[in-house]
Each structure stands twice: as structure tokens, then as C-alpha cells.
Design a protein around this ligand. Structure first.
Ligand SMILES: [Zn+2]
Length: 784
């Protein structure tokens, strides 16, 4: 599940591509012919019973096979193809990620048939230079990688690829809905919840709702989203004056004055990103945070030299500028300027994997010091206008980005900043304007993520209403679809898990009694939130939401809502943190741990089948919701959450020796999950995903402990329940993108690596050294 680190200021969700390198290039010893034969005979045995050495070494006269020689890449591939024989044709998800039209310019005639077979099965992908590297040698690790691709394709053996084994049929049949990035249990449930919220909305739309009531606001907001005819008629009008003013600015100061005017009048497109949330070192009080100038793409997309993403993004920007009335040539130049400007910012920003650490994001500046950093703009005035000047300090979340932001705001860059400010406004407001803007944004995402088809207007309108009216809709949803009984039942389960966690901590062999006592205190004080908030936040009480027919517009509705949100946030500055608030809607299929409140939160949206099913076997529930609960508890003790105490303050509660041991364990988790191939050419990043992997390992250890106390527990049922929850299919582009920005391991890795860490899995499926899922006990990790 997602963990809300203290940072809520993360960059937007957009794509980058990895080079399509099919095999890792590492300086490791190459394999000999005899080693390949032995390896393949063992690996292929379950798939091609009775396979013999002679079948693999066809073509060599007896005694002349030169078995101690290093073997060439092409030979290995042919031996692999012979060993497994008749590879299945890729279907569904396999076909989606396979490149079955790959071709190589250097394959000799005699090898073409076998190589074509491997390409058709998707096991062999293309190389960037179009060459296979026929005479190169390969390492043992590369041989294993290739073999695992075959095993994944077969998907018939739990001991070689557990995820594929459990989910193969579903993966083959799964279709990604039009306009979606992926399909899986999470998507199916999200869709079911969407249908339910739609039913609520439809009901309200039919009724005569009292003016100013929640019901009227939900219904009229939805109508304003759906009214494409009026939106198209309105076009770009609501933001045109601001675009013109930005264009006219003759200095950076003037440009920021306009930006501030926009902030005040339409609450959109402003360039200064202040946020209010609990002070990480005094989490009862709200503090002011600042992150610097934002970028549309993630850091890696700019700095990796990813030309495809650059092209897609600058095309999108060009078309946005054209739509706003700029001629094509100027639009192109402005788009290039925006990209270059953002690239400079991104290059100075913190790497994603470092952002969650409190020592990295917590940089308090006095207000005066912060203000004097900005030479070209009147920061003091802007802070006053935003009503955040009552803060005595500003917590800067990314010092590199802050300094770069202050530096690039100079007169020399005026034209670039203009383009950047206009682009920000166009992207920000576009979704609330005419269909042209929506179309551009949809195409942009589709190209980056390999999305096919489009959502209907109604689907988009429901999603927008879910996001924007989440407080009101959440309440309606919880009242209709979540019972007090379910709330109590899940609460009991969570409490049991906390008790199990305490037992586990007491039994740890690597931690001193002093640190254990602190960890247990943290568990004792953990807040549990189930289903829905106890209090509903009515920040839209005074907001007037109108349809076009009543003289309103979607744009105006969003303005009113944004203003109300910001007013509430900035007014809470310096005041006590509202500990009852939620960061997710009740219909979200997700859960989180918030370190600043030391709380675990499970929205109603995830507390249903197949995560939590009263009719299911207890083992299956333990593998699903049990694992989710224990995962979230574990976040209190992952590499980031462990920096906060029982009250949610960033205070070190560890003895130095214990902390050192913990760090070593975190490093082990990093290497355990690192460089695992997700699909040909895409690898899991151990550093980026370490906190989530710790949570998965802790979650599985705790839920297995609950399971082991049952009479005759069905371990297979437990592991299957777990693997089923994580089945997912997505485009190759999306998989590649997520591997660079998602702090969660790829679903397949979450399943295969996590189960491989536990003796219960080896016992349940009789996994041994010969199997691909096998990990030697010395390489497994024990942490929580
Ligand atoms: Zn998580």
C-alpha cells in the first residue's frame, strides 16, 4: 500500500522509458558449454520430461563438444530453445509485453529458425543496436535471467515462478479497460466503487436537492463536469486574461505579481508551492512547508536523456500553446524553453529515493532567511497575500531545488519563465475547460503510458467528482456501503495484529531491551482508523456550486473549491493538527501509515472481497487483508517510519548499536529486491523500494505467525490468497515507468521475492536448491 511519508509534495505521475537492454552487462565469469548443459537439463526437466544431453547438444559429434569452452550467446540461446522445446505462444499479458517483431541483423542462417522461435515466444527481446551480439559470451546470471523468462511464459510450476503459476490463466485472459493504465484486483475494486459512487450521484441528480445542501453540491458539480457543450462554448475564456497578463510582464517581479493575482482570483496556476501540515519535529502543530518550483515530469525523465518522453511532452506543450492562440513556430520554441527550464530545476532536485527521509526533507529556514534567498521577487509581500506570513519558519523540503529556483528567477530568464508560467496555468486549468484541452491531456498520457482507448465522458465526470467532492461523497459512500459491524470486526483484527507484532518484537534477537520497550510503546500508541472518519470536514460549507444553467461553470466551481481548501489549510497554520482527518477517500482501494500521527488507516473501499471476505477461508483472508494490515503496521518500523516516535515526532528512539544493526538489515533488504527482472529489460530498483519491501516482509512474517497458530493451517491457501491480490496486467511502457518512480516493487516481485523469504513457502511447495524460486537461507532477510 502507499505510505504517506511526511512529503505530500511529490511530483506528478508521468512516464519515463528505460533503454531496452535485454541482458545485464556485468563483469562476471562466463559459462562453459558443460555448465549450460547441466543447468538446462535441471531447469527444463519439469517442462520437457526426459530431455537428454544429446537433445541439447545436437550437431556435435560425440566427444567433440568441447565442453570446457566458454559458449557464445547464440549457442546458448539455441540450447535453451532446444531444452524447453515447444514454447507456448504468448497470450494476454505476455503478448502485451513481448516484442514479437524484434529482429537482429547478425543472426546466421543456420540459427534463424531457433532464434525466431525465441522471439515469437517473447523470451528474446531486441537490443538497442539491432544486433544480438552473436559471438559474445554470457554469464551464469544472464543464463538464469533467460531461463526465468521461459519459466514465466510457461507459468506451470509454483517452484519456479509462483506469481505466474497462481495467476497465469487470469493474466492470459485479462483485458485492460479502455483508457486505463492497468487491470487487476485493485482496478476491479476501484471500478466497483466507482459504479457505487455513480449510483449515488445519479440518484442525487434526479432529485430536487435543497439549495446549499451537500446533495445539491454533489449533483450540480457533476452536471457542470458533464456539460461538455457549455464547456466547449466557454473555451479558454476564463484564463485568457491571465495568459495575456503573463505575456505582457516586463520583469520577473511583474510576472510574479500576475501569478499572485491568479492565486488570489482563480486559485490556479500560481508558481509558489506552499503547503501546511504537521511539523515533523513537533507533530501536534501545523507548520509551513515549501518545495520550490515544480516540474511536470519526474526527475529521471529529464536527466536520463530520455528522448521519447521529451518529444511527447514538448509536443503536448506545443499544442497547448497553439490552443491558447500562439502560432506554431513560437509555440514550439516556447515548449522547448519550458522543457529546458524544468530540466535545469529537475537536475538540482533530490532523487526520489531520498525524499522520504526526515533528515533530507526537514530543513527549517527562518522566515527572513527564506525571503532574502529570492532576489528578483518580493517574497515577503507574497507570503503576506497568501496569509502564510504568520509562520516564523519555513520548512524547505528540497534545498537543492530551492536554491536553483531562487537562482533561475532572474531577468535573463524572463522569456523562459513566461513560457513556464503559461504552461503551468494551461496544464493546471485545462482539465476544467473545453474538450480540446481534455483531448490533449488524454493523448499525452496515452502516448507515455501506452494506454489504449478512452474513457467515456461519464466515467471521467464520475472520477473528477470523486476527487473533487471527496469529503461529501465519502460520507455518502460509507453510510451506504460500510457497516458498523464490519468496522468493529476489522478493528478487532487490527488489534490482534498489533499484539502479534509486540510478540515478534519481544522475540527479536538483534535488538536490545531498551529499544524494544520504545518500539512496543509505539505499537501501544498507534491510532487505528477503519472504514470512515469519525468527523466529516465541511470546508465547502460556504462554497456555492452551480451548473452552467444556473450561471455557473466547472471552472468557477473548481475555483471556489480550491479557494475553500487553501483557506482552510492556511488558516490552520500554527494551530493544532486535526488528528481526526483522513488523507484518503472512503472509496479508495488503498491503505496508509502516517508517521506524523503514528496511525494506520484502512478506507472502506479496500475492506471488501477479495481482500476481506466473510465467506472466504480464514487463510485466504490472512493472505489478503491480514497481509495488508500487517504491512501498514510495519511501515511504523521501515527505514523511514522508524525515524518517528510514538507521538509522530521525528525523534531518535534507538540505541546506536541497534540502529546500526537495523541499517545493515535495511541494506540486506535493498540487495534482496534489487535488480530482479520484472519483464525483459526492466528491473526492480532495491533502493527506491526499500521501505515498501520492509513492510511486505514484516507483513508476511506477522500474518504467517497468526496463521501458524491455527489448527492445521492451509499454507498454500494463504500464499495463493496473497499472490491473487497482486495479479496485475499493464502495458510495457507503464511497467518501465513505474520501475523508476514507484516506491513499491513490481507486483510480481512483491509476490515472488517476498514468499521466497519464508520457510513456510518452501515447506508448502517443497521448493529446493534446484528450483528458480529458491533462495539460500544465508541470502534471506530477517527484520521484523
Ligand atoms: Zn506500503
Amino acid at each position: 500500500m502507499k505510505k504517506i511519508a511526511a512529503l505530500l509534495l511529490s511530483s506528478s505521475l508521468f512516464l519515463t522509458m528505460l533503454p531496452a537492454t535485454a541482458l545485464a552487462q556485468e563483469a562476471k565469469p562466463n559459462v562453459t558449454r558443460a555448465e549450460v548443459v547441466e543447468f538446462l537439463l535441471n531447469a527444463a526437466d519439469d517442462y520437457n520430461p526426459g530431455i537428454k544431453k544429446e537433445d541439447i547438444l545436437k550437431g556435435y559429434s560425440k566427444g567433440d563438444a568441447k565442453e570446457d569452452q566458454e559458449v557464445s550467446r547464440i549457442e546458448v540461446l539455441i540450447m535453451l530453445s532446444r531444452a524447453f522445446s515447444n514454447l507456448p505462444a504468448p497470450k494476454g499479458n505476455d503478448l502485451r509485453v513481448a516484442n514479437t517483431s524484434a529482429s537482429f541483423t547478425d543472426v546466421p542462417k543456420w540459427a534463424q529458425d531457433e532464434i525466431s522461435k525465441l522471439i515469437a515466444s517473447g523470451v528474446l527481446t531486441d537490443y538497442p543496436d539491432g544486433k544480438l551480439g552473436v559471438s559474445d559470451h554470457i554469464t551464469k546470471e544472464q543464463l538464469l535471467t533467460l531461463t526465468k523468462r521461459v519459466m514465466a511464459l510457461e507459468g506451470s510450476n509454483p517452484r519456479d515462478d509462483y506469481y505466474e503459476y497462481v495467476n497465469k490463466k487470469w493474466l492470459n485472459d485479462s483485458k485492460i479497460p479502455a483508457g486505463e493504465m492497468s487491470n487487476g484486483v485493485f482496478n476491479e475494486l476501484a471500478k466497483a466503487n466507482e459504479d457505487r459512487t455513480k449510483a449515488i450521484i445519479d440518484e442525487l441528480v434526479k432529485k430536487q436537492n435543497p439549495a446549499g445542501s451537500k446533495e445539491q453540491k454533489i449533483a450540480d458539480f457533476y452536471k457542470s463536469v458533464l456539460d461538455m457543450e457549455s464547456r466547449n462554448k466557454q473555451g479558454i475564456k476564463p484564463i485568457a486574461p491571465y495568459l495575456a497578463d503573463l505575456d505582457k510582464a516586463s520583469s520577473v517581479k511583474e510576472l510574479f505579481d500576475t501569478s499572485m493575482k491568479m492565486e488570489n482570483e482563480i486559485s490556479k496556476g500560481g508558481l509558489l508551492s506552499f503547503a501546511v501540515m504537521g511539523d515533523a519535529k513537533d507533530s501536534n502543530v501545523n507548520a509551513l512547508y515549501f518545495s520550490g518550483l515544480g516540474t511536470r515530469l519526474d526527475k529521471n525523465s529529464y536527466v536520463s536523456g530520455d528522448e521519447k518522453t521529451k518529444k511527447v511532452y514538448t509536443n503536448y506543450l506545443t499544442q497547448l500553446f497553439v490552443l491558447s492562440g500562439t502560432d506554431e513556430i513560437a509555440a514550439k520554441a516556447q515548449a522547448e524553453d519550458v522543457y529546458a527550464f524544468e530540466k535545469e530545476l529537475a537536475a538540482s532536485s533530490m532523487d526520489l529515493q531520498d525524499q522520504g527521509k526526515v533528515e533530507n526533507y526537514y530543513n527549517p529556514y527562518t522566515k527572513d532567511k527564506f525571503i532574502t534567498l529570492f532576489k528578483s521577487i518580493d517574497m515577503s509581500k507574497y507570503m503576506k497575500e497568501l496569509q502564510v506570513d504568520k509562520a516564523d519558519k519555513v520548512i524547505v523540503t528540497d534545498v537543492g531545488l530551492l536554491n536553483k529556483s531562487a537562482e533561475v528567477l532572474n531577468e535573463k530568464n524572463l522569456d523562459k519563465i513566461k513560457s513556464y508560467a503559461k504552461a503551468t496555468l494551461l496544464m493546471n486549468a485545462g482539465g476544467t475547460l473545453s474538450g480540446d484541452f481534455l483531448k490533449l491531456a488524454t493523448e499525452f498520457e496515452a502516448q507515455l503510458f501506452g494506454i489504449e482507448g478512452e474513457k467515456t465522458n461519464e466515467e471521467m465526470a464520475v472520477m473528477t467528482t470523486q476527487t473533487v467532492m471527496s469529503q461529501y461523497l465519502s460520507q455518502e459512500f460509507a453510510e451506504k456501503y460500510f457497516t458498523k459491524e464490519a468496522k468493529q470486526d476489522v478493528e478487532q483484527m487490527v488489534k490482534q495484529f498489533i499484539e502479534v507484532y509486540k510478540e515478534r518484537i519481544k522475540a527479536l534477537d538483534w535488538m536490545s531491551e531498551a529499544t524494544k520497550a520504545k518500539a512496543i510503546k509505539k505499537l501501544d500508541k498507534m491510532t487505528i482508523k477503519i472504514g470512515y472518519p469519525d468527523q466529516w470536514n465541511d470546508y465547502l460549507k460556504d462554497a456555492s456550486i452551480k451548473t452552467f444553467a444556473d450561471g455557473g461553470s466547472l471552472f468557477d466551481n473548481i475555483v471556489v473549491i480550491n479557494k475553500a481548501l487553501k483557506k482552510q489549510a492556511f488558516a490552520s497554520l500554527g494551530k493544532p493538527v486535526d488528528k481526526s482527518s483522513w488523507m484518503m477517500s472512503t472509496y479508495e482501494v488503498n491503505a496508509y501509515y502516517n508517521p506524523l500521527n503514528n496511525e494506520i488507516v484502512f478506507p472502506a473501499g479496500i475492506l471488501q472481497a477479495p481482500f476481506y471476505d466473510i465467506k472466504a477461508k480464514r487463510e485466504t483472508n490472512l493472505g489478503a487483508i491480514g497481509m495488508v494490515i500487517a504491512h501498514e503496521i510495519s511501515h511504523a518500523f521501515d527505514n523511514l517510519g522508524s525515524a518517528y516516535d510514538e507521538n509522530g515526532n521525528a525523534v531518535n528512539w534507538w540505541t546506536p548499536e541497534d540502529f546500526k544493526k537495523f541499517q545493515e538489515k535495511c541494506d540486506q533488504v535493498i540487495s534482496y529486491y534489487d535488480h530482479v527482472e520484472v519483464l525483459p529489460g526492466v528491473y526492480n530498483n532495491g533502493k527506491l523500494t526499500v521501505s515498501e519491501n520492509i513492510a511486505d516482509l514484516g507483513g508476511m512474517a506477522a500474518s504467517l505467525q497468526v496463521l501458524s497458530k491455527m489448527e492445521n493451517p492451509d499454507f498454500k491457501g494463504y500464499f495463493e490468497g496473497y499472490a491473487t491480490i497482486w495479479r496485475m496486467t499493464m502495458s510495457k511502457e507503464t511497467v518501465a515507468y513505474l520501475s523508476t518512480v514507484d516506491t513499491h516493487s513490481a507486483n510480481k516481485v512483491r509476490v515472488n521475492r517476498t514468499v521466497s523469504n519464508f520457510p513456510e513457502f518452501y515447506k508448502a511447495y517443497q521448493v529446493n536448491e534446484k528450483d528458480a524460486m529458491y533462495v539460500a537461507p544465508k541470502d534471506r532477510v530477517s527484520i521484523w
